[in-house]
Design a protein around this ligand. Sequence first.
Ligand code: SAM
Length: 278
Amino acid sequence: MNYKDVLLTLKRLNLKPKKHLGQNFLTDKNIVRKVITTSEISREEIILEIGPGLGALTEFLVEKVKKIYAVEIDPKLSRYLSEVFSIYNNIEVINGDILEVSLPKHDKVISNLPYTITGPILEKVFFKENPPSGILTIEKSIGNRIFLSEDYKDFSRISVTLNAFMKPISKSNIPRNSFYPIPKIDLLLIKIIPHESLNPFLVDINSRNYFLKFIAGIMPYKGKNIANALFFYYKAIKNNYYTKDIILQILSRSGYENKRVSTFNNDEIIEISRLFYL
Ligand code: SAM
């Protein structure tokens, strides 16, 4: 699909791009090629495409993989895609919200993500045991935070949680004007793969959910020392067991001195959440 194809198809479908659904359609074939090359797909793979839109990536993927599940929330686009790809028997277009549908088994996720729901999508698709790998176009500021620097200056909820499950391996800029309409944010194409082995604390669903809540809860205090951050967090969720004394006891017993939250590395933060898991 080039710029002209996108405009014509939208007109034919009587469809105006919906901002709240992050509908920006890829119009640059070079970027399509870049996404496909970065994906390193093989014939044996099952792909989950989130938000196929007008099928700019889908038309290439369908020729190259074993099976694609393409989940699109917009019923008009889903109908259109089902028609266009009806000659293929290796694609299933699912009309639904990616955050609601139950996900079929897949090896890789390829998506120019609907930018408005990046966090919830990452959580649903990747924060679990045996996650798929992902090739994703996402908002640049989020993408950059995912690639933790040595000094941890980008330490944030998304960087800690994503790095707990996935290893970011490459990133490259995507020009905004590769899309119609041109988005208001800068974009990055990132590739993430699962860790060889997941931290055992994140395998069980209950401790995993505890960890995700714990990180969300202490991140507002990431500039404070860990004892204070934990004290404020447990106070906010009305957990009376963790008094300042108990928090200090647990931290000092385990050798975690009173450092600022943002100076711990990922493994240490997971370990601290484990120590406070009841
Ligand atoms: N892949 C297409 C492309 O590159 O041209 C479209 C990408 S556009 C950035 C995001 C797509 O995600 C849109 O087609 C939009 O309708 C769809 N979308 C938005 N929210 C969604 C959701 N919750 N579940 C599934 N699809 C969604």
